[in-house]
Ligand binder design. Sequence first.
Ligand SMILES: [Zn+2]
Ligand SMILES: [Zn+2]
Length: 242
Amino acid sequence: MIDLIADLHTHTLVSGHAYNTIREMAFSAQEKGLKILGISEHAPGIPGTVHPIYYANLYVVPREIYGVKLLHSCEINVLNDGTLSLEDKYINHLDYAIIGIHGLCYTDAGADGNTKNLIACMQNPKVAFISHPDDDNTPLNYKMLIEAAKKYDVALEINNSSFIKQHKRLNCVENYKTILGLCMEYNVNVVVSSDAHEASHLAEWNYAMELIKDMNFNEELILNNDIDKINKHILKASSYKL
Ligand SMILES: [Zn+2]
Ligand SMILES: [Zn+2]
Protein backbone atom coordinates (compact mmCIF):
# COMPACT_ATOMS: atom_id res chain seq x y z
CA MET A 1 0.00 0.00 0.00
CA ILE A 2 1.40 3.37 -1.06
CA ASP A 3 1.84 5.92 1.74
CA LEU A 4 -0.31 9.01 1.65
CA ILE A 5 1.73 12.23 1.82
CA ALA A 6 -1.00 14.86 2.13
CA ASP A 7 -4.04 15.40 4.30
CA LEU A 8 -6.12 17.82 2.22
CA HIS A 9 -9.30 18.20 4.30
CA THR A 10 -8.71 19.52 7.84
CA HIS A 11 -10.07 22.28 10.07
CA THR A 12 -8.54 24.72 12.57
CA LEU A 13 -10.26 26.58 15.40
CA VAL A 14 -11.50 29.30 13.07
CA SER A 15 -14.10 26.83 11.77
CA GLY A 16 -15.86 27.34 15.11
CA HIS A 17 -16.05 23.68 16.14
CA ALA A 18 -12.40 22.61 15.72
CA TYR A 19 -9.71 23.13 18.29
CA ASN A 20 -6.19 23.93 17.05
CA THR A 21 -4.21 26.67 15.35
CA ILE A 22 -2.49 26.37 11.96
CA ARG A 23 0.88 25.99 13.74
CA GLU A 24 -0.40 23.25 16.02
CA MET A 25 -1.82 21.43 13.01
CA ALA A 26 1.47 21.79 11.11
CA PHE A 27 3.42 20.50 14.12
CA SER A 28 1.20 17.43 14.36
CA ALA A 29 1.43 16.93 10.58
CA GLN A 30 5.22 16.90 10.82
CA GLU A 31 5.12 14.43 13.73
CA LYS A 32 2.93 12.14 11.65
CA GLY A 33 5.26 12.33 8.65
CA LEU A 34 2.96 14.30 6.34
CA LYS A 35 4.66 16.38 3.65
CA ILE A 36 1.61 18.49 2.79
CA LEU A 37 -1.23 19.85 4.90
CA GLY A 38 -4.34 21.30 3.31
CA ILE A 39 -6.42 23.41 5.67
CA SER A 40 -10.03 23.78 4.66
CA GLU A 41 -12.18 25.84 7.01
CA HIS A 42 -15.95 25.82 6.72
CA ALA A 43 -17.52 28.50 4.54
CA PRO A 44 -20.49 30.66 5.63
CA GLY A 45 -23.56 28.54 6.33
CA ILE A 46 -21.97 26.61 9.20
CA PRO A 47 -22.71 28.35 12.52
CA GLY A 48 -19.67 29.95 14.16
CA THR A 49 -17.29 29.70 11.23
CA VAL A 50 -14.95 32.46 10.16
CA HIS A 51 -15.84 35.56 8.09
CA PRO A 52 -14.62 35.07 4.50
CA ILE A 53 -12.20 38.00 4.76
CA TYR A 54 -9.98 35.35 6.38
CA TYR A 55 -9.32 33.79 2.95
CA ALA A 56 -8.27 37.09 1.39
CA ASN A 57 -5.46 37.47 3.95
CA LEU A 58 -4.04 33.93 3.83
CA TYR A 59 -1.03 35.13 1.85
CA VAL A 60 0.53 36.23 5.16
CA VAL A 61 0.81 32.58 6.26
CA PRO A 62 4.18 30.97 5.43
CA ARG A 63 3.99 28.28 2.74
CA GLU A 64 6.00 25.94 4.92
CA ILE A 65 5.85 25.50 8.71
CA TYR A 66 7.87 22.84 10.60
CA GLY A 67 8.89 21.43 7.22
CA VAL A 68 5.28 20.81 6.17
CA LYS A 69 3.99 22.52 3.03
CA LEU A 70 0.69 24.30 3.55
CA LEU A 71 -2.19 24.55 1.11
CA HIS A 72 -5.16 26.86 1.58
CA SER A 73 -8.62 25.59 0.93
CA CYS A 74 -12.19 25.96 2.10
CA GLU A 75 -14.97 23.40 2.50
CA ILE A 76 -17.77 25.25 0.75
CA ASN A 77 -21.42 24.37 1.18
CA VAL A 78 -23.52 23.34 -1.78
CA LEU A 79 -26.84 25.20 -1.42
CA ASN A 80 -30.32 24.19 -2.51
CA ASP A 81 -30.25 26.54 -5.50
CA GLY A 82 -27.12 24.85 -6.88
CA THR A 83 -24.79 27.67 -5.83
CA LEU A 84 -21.80 27.73 -3.48
CA SER A 85 -21.88 29.45 -0.07
CA LEU A 86 -18.66 31.40 -0.75
CA GLU A 87 -18.36 34.21 -3.27
CA ASP A 88 -15.91 33.94 -6.18
CA LYS A 89 -13.93 36.92 -4.91
CA TYR A 90 -12.94 34.75 -1.93
CA ILE A 91 -12.68 31.46 -3.83
CA ASN A 92 -10.07 33.20 -6.01
CA HIS A 93 -7.71 33.33 -3.00
CA LEU A 94 -7.83 29.57 -2.41
CA ASP A 95 -5.39 27.01 -3.78
CA TYR A 96 -8.31 24.63 -4.26
CA ALA A 97 -11.90 24.29 -3.12
CA ILE A 98 -13.74 21.38 -1.53
CA ILE A 99 -17.50 21.30 -1.94
CA GLY A 100 -19.98 19.35 0.12
CA ILE A 101 -23.55 19.09 1.32
CA HIS A 102 -24.09 19.88 5.01
CA GLY A 103 -27.50 19.42 6.63
CA LEU A 104 -27.02 22.62 8.65
CA CYS A 105 -27.61 24.67 5.50
CA TYR A 106 -29.25 22.26 3.05
CA THR A 107 -32.62 20.54 2.70
CA ASP A 108 -32.74 17.12 1.05
CA ALA A 109 -33.88 17.47 -2.58
CA GLY A 110 -33.91 13.75 -3.41
CA ALA A 111 -31.08 11.81 -5.08
CA ASP A 112 -31.37 13.44 -8.51
CA GLY A 113 -31.94 16.93 -7.09
CA ASN A 114 -28.97 16.67 -4.69
CA THR A 115 -26.75 15.36 -7.46
CA LYS A 116 -27.75 18.15 -9.84
CA ASN A 117 -26.93 20.75 -7.19
CA LEU A 118 -23.49 19.18 -6.67
CA ILE A 119 -22.84 19.01 -10.41
CA ALA A 120 -23.78 22.68 -10.84
CA CYS A 121 -21.18 23.56 -8.17
CA MET A 122 -18.49 21.21 -9.57
CA GLN A 123 -18.17 23.40 -12.64
CA ASN A 124 -16.25 26.07 -10.73
CA PRO A 125 -12.65 25.37 -11.87
CA LYS A 126 -11.23 25.65 -8.32
CA VAL A 127 -13.27 22.68 -7.14
CA ALA A 128 -10.88 19.79 -6.57
CA PHE A 129 -13.05 17.29 -4.70
CA ILE A 130 -16.39 16.57 -3.06
CA SER A 131 -16.36 16.03 0.69
CA HIS A 132 -18.09 12.99 2.22
CA PRO A 133 -20.46 12.15 -0.66
CA ASP A 134 -21.66 9.24 1.44
CA ASP A 135 -24.73 10.13 3.47
CA ASP A 136 -28.21 8.85 2.61
CA ASN A 137 -29.76 11.68 4.62
CA THR A 138 -29.07 13.54 1.36
CA PRO A 139 -28.78 10.64 -1.13
CA LEU A 140 -26.95 10.91 -4.44
CA ASN A 141 -27.22 9.35 -7.86
CA TYR A 142 -23.67 7.97 -7.98
CA LYS A 143 -23.59 7.11 -11.66
CA MET A 144 -24.66 10.64 -12.61
CA LEU A 145 -22.23 12.15 -10.09
CA ILE A 146 -19.22 10.13 -11.21
CA GLU A 147 -19.83 10.79 -14.90
CA ALA A 148 -19.80 14.52 -14.07
CA ALA A 149 -16.71 14.11 -11.87
CA LYS A 150 -14.92 12.62 -14.87
CA LYS A 151 -16.03 15.47 -17.13
CA TYR A 152 -14.97 18.27 -14.73
CA ASP A 153 -11.82 16.60 -13.29
CA VAL A 154 -13.25 16.57 -9.76
CA ALA A 155 -12.32 13.81 -7.31
CA LEU A 156 -14.52 12.13 -4.72
CA GLU A 157 -13.42 12.04 -1.12
CA ILE A 158 -13.21 8.91 0.97
CA ASN A 159 -13.70 10.58 4.35
CA ASN A 160 -12.28 8.56 7.24
CA SER A 161 -14.37 10.38 9.85
CA SER A 162 -17.58 9.13 8.19
CA PHE A 163 -16.61 5.57 9.14
CA ILE A 164 -16.39 6.72 12.77
CA LYS A 165 -19.75 8.55 12.76
CA GLN A 166 -21.85 6.03 10.88
CA HIS A 167 -24.77 6.89 13.17
CA LYS A 168 -24.84 10.31 11.48
CA ARG A 169 -23.78 9.42 7.92
CA LEU A 170 -26.45 6.96 6.88
CA ASN A 171 -25.30 3.92 4.90
CA CYS A 172 -21.89 5.51 4.30
CA VAL A 173 -19.86 2.30 4.10
CA GLU A 174 -22.16 0.76 1.48
CA ASN A 175 -22.11 4.06 -0.41
CA TYR A 176 -18.29 4.12 -0.40
CA LYS A 177 -18.26 0.62 -1.88
CA THR A 178 -20.49 1.89 -4.69
CA ILE A 179 -18.33 5.00 -5.16
CA LEU A 180 -15.05 3.06 -5.27
CA GLY A 181 -16.48 0.56 -7.74
CA LEU A 182 -17.74 3.29 -10.08
CA CYS A 183 -14.51 5.32 -9.75
CA MET A 184 -12.55 2.29 -10.96
CA GLU A 185 -15.01 1.70 -13.80
CA TYR A 186 -14.90 5.36 -14.96
CA ASN A 187 -11.27 6.12 -13.98
CA VAL A 188 -12.28 8.86 -11.57
CA ASN A 189 -9.86 10.06 -8.88
CA VAL A 190 -10.38 9.91 -5.14
CA VAL A 191 -8.86 11.77 -2.20
CA VAL A 192 -8.52 10.08 1.19
CA SER A 193 -8.90 12.54 4.07
CA SER A 194 -9.08 12.64 7.84
CA ASP A 195 -11.39 15.69 8.04
CA ALA A 196 -9.58 16.28 11.34
CA HIS A 197 -11.13 18.86 13.67
CA GLU A 198 -8.34 18.26 16.23
CA ALA A 199 -4.63 17.90 15.51
CA SER A 200 -4.37 14.40 16.96
CA HIS A 201 -6.68 13.10 14.20
CA LEU A 202 -4.54 14.30 11.29
CA ALA A 203 -3.56 11.55 8.86
CA GLU A 204 -6.04 9.15 10.40
CA TRP A 205 -7.36 7.21 7.44
CA ASN A 206 -7.18 3.62 8.61
CA TYR A 207 -10.86 2.79 7.95
CA ALA A 208 -10.85 4.38 4.50
CA MET A 209 -7.61 2.65 3.53
CA GLU A 210 -8.85 -0.70 4.80
CA LEU A 211 -11.88 -0.49 2.49
CA ILE A 212 -9.66 0.64 -0.40
CA LYS A 213 -7.44 -2.37 0.19
CA ASP A 214 -10.37 -4.78 0.56
CA MET A 215 -11.78 -3.62 -2.76
CA ASN A 216 -8.42 -3.87 -4.56
CA PHE A 217 -8.92 -0.24 -5.55
CA ASN A 218 -6.49 1.07 -8.16
CA GLU A 219 -4.03 3.21 -6.17
CA GLU A 220 -3.19 5.23 -9.27
CA LEU A 221 -6.56 6.90 -8.77
CA ILE A 222 -5.67 8.15 -5.27
CA LEU A 223 -4.48 11.75 -5.64
CA ASN A 224 -2.92 12.44 -2.24
CA ASN A 225 -0.06 9.98 -2.58
CA ASP A 226 1.92 11.91 -5.19
CA ILE A 227 3.03 15.55 -5.60
CA ASP A 228 2.64 15.52 -9.39
CA LYS A 229 -0.96 14.33 -9.12
CA ILE A 230 -1.69 16.99 -6.50
CA ASN A 231 -0.25 19.69 -8.76
CA LYS A 232 -2.18 18.44 -11.77
CA HIS A 233 -5.59 17.74 -10.24
CA ILE A 234 -5.88 19.42 -6.82
CA LEU A 235 -4.04 22.61 -7.82
CA LYS A 236 -5.40 22.51 -11.39
CA ALA A 237 -6.69 26.11 -11.24
CA SER A 238 -4.11 27.48 -8.80
CA SER A 239 -1.16 29.75 -9.59
CA TYR A 240 0.67 28.10 -6.67
CA LYS A 241 2.26 24.70 -7.28
CA LEU A 242 4.16 22.41 -4.96
ZN1 LIG B 1 -18.01 18.43 5.89
ZN1 LIG C 1 -14.72 19.07 7.00
